[in-house]
Write a protein that binds this ligand. Structure first.
Ligand SMILES: Nc1nc2c(c(=O)[nH]1)N[C@H]1C(S)=C(S)[C@@H](COP(=O)(O)OP(=O)(O)OC[C@H]3O[C@@H](n4cnc5c(N)ncnc54)[C@H](O)[C@@H]3O)O[C@H]1N2
Ligand code: MOO
Length: 401
């Protein structure tokens, strides 16, 4: 096994050679899923001033300490048009949700608790503590650092940034990942398949994973089992950060991806990984570009995309979740095994994991019926049901049963 690079060493080498992310400014609407290239600092406080949380009347609490107190309504403060005067003793200002609290007021009487007759307001309740006011900056203060560099932008983050009064952002450009399939047998989905032909099913799934991880998938097509044809695809590809050849990674006479990339000037970093599935996964670099070669077997391609492509795109390490094994497992061989599995939360709130019945590296269906990869380190001993294992979640827990 000497020619096999360990999973940990492969991850270290990938991190060491990962393409340097470039920065760009984008509009908020184009930033979903991207990573922040700098901290986000609030340009305004939220809310910028104290506001009413209810529709009603802004008053001084001292004036409504007793039931039946009456006040003069001296003006209005709808959201967007603050009352410009100062509220004095015995006075009230009609206010609406989001309206700026007038100077002098320290309490809101909700309209359900008062009756208005012309400009006279009568309160039906006595109050001893101020209510229904949102203080200035209760969500965040101007100048506060709201998000750190590296944060992946989701719905909540984008709303927060918009509220902080920023229209554009500095983000890391999506790395362009060029998927190059290879094999004379491959035909597009929907083809009239002839004997020996199979559907080219890997790129569509890999492309979806790349997008979900914040990369931009570029379809470099299917190259036939011909060195010149593969080389031409490599030479004519434009602005690719990460080449992702899929298939043709092994030792067969028709496995030509490695020599094609070597011929294009890529220098090998590692040739094989002590991982199951996906042993023939390889990695090479040239200038600012890298090549992660995945095996063609669909399970190998998917597992190794999760393990090795995802950190290359996101720059983030994997986080494993501890889970209770729900069956016995034999001792593991020399390669770290990432078993296709399903994890779920039990009624007792524990995470429980069950490996798929077949771990054949050609199978796609376990990725649909399952949601996790169960890690078994190289040469680890047999396990019995109930023992704890580490799992990598590919979907949120509980989505599949
Ligand atoms: N003598 C040896 N043979 C093999 C070894 C070995 O060490 N010695 N390694 C095996 C392992 S492990 C794997 S994994 C595979 C990897 O093979 P390749 O990367 O060269 O992949 P292909 O031969 O091109 O294809 C394998 C398999 O997957 C199908 N395939 C390929 N591309 C696609 C695609 N885009 N969509 C769907 N299916 C695809 C292809 O038809 C084959 O059935 O090698 C073992 N052999
Ligand atoms: O390492 Mo290969 O991916 O098992 O079939």
């Amino acid at each position: 096994m000497n020619d096999l690079t360990s999973v940990d060493e492969a991850l270290r080498l990938l991190a060491e050679h990962a393409p340097t992310p470039t920065m760009e400014n984008v509009a908020l609407a184009d930033a979903l899923g991207l990573r922040l290239a700098s901290d986000v600092v609030a340009q305004v406080s939220r809310p910028p001033a104290a506001v009413s949380a209810m529709d009603g009347y802004a008053v001084r609490i001292a004036d409504v300490a007793a039931t039946g107190s009456t006040l003069d309504v001296i003006g209005e403060a709808p959201a967007g048009a603050p009352f410009e005067g100062t509220l004095g003793p015995g006075q009230a200002v009609r206010i609406f949700t989001g309206g700026v609290l007038p100077a002098g007021a320290d309490h809101i009487v909700i309209q359900e608790d008062a009756t208005r007759d012309g400009d006279t307001l009568t309160c039906h309740r006595a109050y001893d503590t101020a209510e229904h006011i949102r203080a200035a900056g209760v969500d965040f203060e101007a100048g506060a650092t709201l998000l750190r560099e590296g944060t992946v932008l989701g719905a909540a983050e984008l709303s927060l940034i918009a509220a902080a009064n920023l229209a554009t952002l500095s983000v890391y450009r999506r790395p362009r990942v060029g998927i190059l399939a290879n094999g004379d047998e491959l035909r597009p989905p929907g083809s009239d398949l002839q004997p020996g032909q199979i559907v080219n099913s890997n790129p569509i799934g890999l492309s979806a994973l790349i997008s979900s991880w914040g990369g931009e998938a570029v379809d470099l097509g299917v190259a036939p089992d011909d060195l010149d044809a593969i080389s031409e695809r490599i030479e004519t590809a434009k602005r690719i950060d990460i080449f992702l050849p899929v298939g043709g990674a092994s030792v067969g006479d028709h496995d030509l991806m490695r020599p094609a990339f070597a011929g294009a000037g890529f220098q090998s970093v590692f040739e094989k990984i002590a991982v199951r599935p996906g042993k023939p996964t390889w990695f090479s670099t040239k200038d600012d570009a890298v090549t992660l070669g995945l095996p063609g077997n669909p399970a190998s391609a998917f597992v190794c995309a999760w393990l090795f492509l995802k950190p290359l795109i996101t720059g983030q390490e994997h986080s494993f979740v501890p889970a209770r094994l729900c069956c016995d497992l034999p001792s593991n061989g020399p390669r770290t095994h990432f078993m296709r599995a399903n994890a779920r939360i039990t009624d007792e709130g524990m995470v429980e994991v069950k490996p798929a019945g077949s771990q054949d590296s050609s199978l796609i269906s376990p990725f649909v019926s399952g949601n996790a990869l169960l890690m078994r380190k190289s040469n680890s001993p047999a396990l019995v049901a109930g023992e704890c294992v580490d799992v990598l979640l590919m979907k949120p827990l509980g989505l599949s049963s």
